[in-house]
Design a protein around this ligand. Structure first.
Ligand SMILES: Cc1cc2nc3c(=O)[nH]c(=O)nc-3n(C[C@H](O)[C@H](O)[C@H](O)COP(=O)(O)OP(=O)(O)OC[C@H]3O[C@@H](n4cnc5c(N)ncnc54)[C@H](O)[C@@H]3O)c2cc1C
Length: 359
């Protein structure tokens, strides 16, 4: 057990998982969230636990742990209720090849032929000749899962403060010793910044220019008859899955703020595509369209680790944060509480950027 004090800034799925893993090992954890848990991009995530997309190969070792780490987490927190539906992909890129590196990352990948795809997804009108199937992949309800993680953290003594924006970091020389809020300064041995797209703004007063930009992406929810989609389908026309409440979720690329390529127009096109693609989808109706801002490091690799220049400061900013949350929560707790240096995180270190201000 370890009784370090840690402040986690941000209650998205990444901060919640870090808080849970720290608290269950005895750390005294406070989570400070400016709004409500999941109010950041987590709340607008498609939330596919996905091992095989085109993210940089440097994080394959990190990413390849995701499924096992979610299984472990689900045993400890059964309320996470992950939907292990499997995922069917037949985009052009996935059909071109099934690289060995993908198989190493996700041994559950295999090819299915036309009849196997039709069996899995009986409502598909145009069944592809073949598709890549990752039977061990799944998805989660991002806000509900964030709340479950925070509840798990609370059960181990963590305190979670909603509506508590962190206004700045408190320094003692170069050491970060706490955070400033409207109610005063809170002190801790470590401050973990898991504030998503807002993290650069929190670092700017220290002279640190963290190369993370907000990358928009569209989440569409439609009311639909239950059971239209059995797995998670990713093809040229759509990325779609069923949510826990029976609605269908779709993720689409963001192109423009409004007009014929704006989110609402894209959502209408997506609904039309689904009506065409699936038998029984004629009555589906658009429920909501949201644009989430993904925290995207300039080289697309997560930024995870202690600051070399500011002891006491730890950064956890990443894309594919839903996929990575279980693994990152575990590894960050090992590093902070047990002084381990986790090899999987080596490509993610903040030190790969020149962040240090001249002092
Ligand atoms: C449409 C869409 C689809 C996606 N699909 C997937 C997918 O299939 N799989 C996947 O892995 N990822 C996916 N993502 C990305 C994923 O959602 C994010 O990587 C992940 O949610 C990031 O979580 P986070 O906790 O780092 O950030 P956030 O959820 O943004 O959490 C940061 C939190 O910090 C809080 N905060 C900010 N500043 C302060 C402050 N000063 N004081 C206190 N609190 C503060 C915010 O309010 C927020 O709650 C998708 C994203 C979108 C938009």
């Amino acid at each position: 057990m370890n009784d370090s004090t840690v402040i986690v800034v941000g209650a998205g799925i990444v901060g919640a998982s870090i808080a849970y893993h720290l608290a269950r090992q005895g750390a005294q954890v406070s989570v400070l969230e400016q709004a409500t848990p999941g109010a950041g991009v987590t709340g607008h995530s498609f939330a596919w636990i996905n091992l095989a997309d085109e993210l940089p190969s440097a994080i394959r070792p990190l990413r390849s742990r995701a499924l096992a780490d979610y299984w472990r987490l689900q045993e400890a927190l059964p309320a996470l209720s992950i939907n292990w539906s499997g995922a069917l992909s037949y985009t052009k890129a996935t059909l071109d090849s099934l690289p060995l590196s993908d198989l190493r990352c996700n041994p559950s990948l295999r090819w299915l032929d036309r009849s196997q795809v039709a069996q899995l997804e009986p409502n598909l009108r145009a069944v592809p000749e073949r598709a890549r199937y990752a039977h061990a992949e799944g998805s989660l309800e991002p806000i509900a899962s964030t709340l479950v993680l925070l509840e798990g953290a609370r059960a181990h003594g963590a305190q979670v403060f909603d509506a508590t924006p962190v206004l700045g970091l408190q320094l003692d020389g170069p050491r970060v010793i706490g955070v400033n809020t409207a109610a005063g300064t809170r002190y801790a041995d470590y401050v973990v910044l898991a504030a998503g797209c807002t993290t650069p703004a929190l670092l700017a007063p220290l002279g640190i220019d963290l190369p993370v930009h907000a990358s928009p992406s569209i989440l569409i929810r439609v009311d639909a008859p239950p059971g239209l989609v059995k797995t998670l389908i990713s093809n040229q026309q759509m990325e779609i899955r069923e949510a826990a409440d029976g609605s269908l979720l779709m993720a689409e690329d963001y192109i423009a703020a409004d007009g014929p390529q704006g989110p609402h127009a894209i959502a209408q096109q997506a609904v039309a595509s689904v009506r065409q693609a699936l038998r029984g989808a004629e009555t589906i109706a658009l429920r909501s369209v949201n644009v989430g801002q993904r925290p995207m490091p300039v080289d697309q690799l997560p930024i995870i680790g202690q600051s070399a220049d500011y002891p006491g400061l730890y950064l956890a900013v990443m894309h594919a944060g839903v996929t990575l949350a279980a693994t990152v929560g575990h590894l960050v707790s090992q590093e902070l509480l047990h002084g381990q240096c986790c090899a999987e995180l080596a490509p993610c270190r903040p030190a790969r950027f020149t962040l240090a201000p001249s002092r």
